[in-house]
Design a protein around this ligand. Structure first.
Ligand code: FES
Length: 194
């Protein structure tokens, strides 16, 4: 087996090398360094394990959300979540439906009727992502007493995009209407989104 003396260059004394090994402060430093590396090792191993516990992107992309809409009165809206994004569910009043239907399609930046944005027989239920199509802020208007903007739908406070009662873009920099996700009415009071 190799000894310390073997590592000492020819012609030099082994004493200084023996002192270094015997120095307790130096040993402590070596131990602390070893523990620190062990800590980093655990962190590196633990991160992938923790990440494995989150739903993967494809599992999330296939997930559905069931929403009970029975308590949402005409003129009210709720904010919920769908695939980690804000979702607005709004029960339009007859006046809000009439307001949306009265807008000429030719005047719209992203022309769509309210009927195209809702389900047959459920035109009063407007379900959209609560994500401004400009840069992704969450527009106001779904919460009690929030500013619905000049067109009575939603208003994005980030750069002033205003959406109407069909959540169609009417003013400001957003290029398109609020996105309508895939959804179905499982019953008259339950909607499955996704
Ligand atoms: Fe909504 Fe810019 S993010 S207007």
């Amino acid at each position: 087996m190799a000894t310390l003396e073997d590592a000492v260059p020819p012609g030099e004394s082994a004493a200084p090398y023996l002192e270094q090994v015997a120095d307790p402060r130096r040993r402590d430093y070596l131990q602390i360094a070893a523990v620190a590396w062990a800590g980093v090792g655990v962190g590196v191993v633990a991160l992938p394990l923790i990440n494995q516990m989150n739903p993967s992107a494809d599992v999330l992309a296939q997930s559905t959300t069931e929403i009970d809409i029975s308590a949402i009165q005409p003129g009210q809206a709720i904010k919920t979540q769908f695939r980690k994004q804000p979702l607005f569910v709004r029960n339009l009043t007859p006046a809000e439906i009439a307001e949306a239907d009265a807008v000429p399609l030719s005047s719209l930046r992203d022309p769509q009727t309210l009927e195209q944005r809702t389900k047959p027989g459920h035109t009063n239920w407007l379900i959209t992502l609560g994500v401004c199509t400009h840069l992704g802020c969450v527009p106001l208007g779904a919460g009690e007493g929030e500013n619905k903007g000049p067109f009575g739908g939603y208003f994005c406070p980030c750069h002033g995009s205003a959406y109407d009662t069909a959540a169609r873009i009417r003013q400001g920099p957003a290029p398109t209407n609020l996105h309508v996700p895939d959804y179905t009415f499982t019953s008259d009071t339950v909607v499955t989104v996704g």
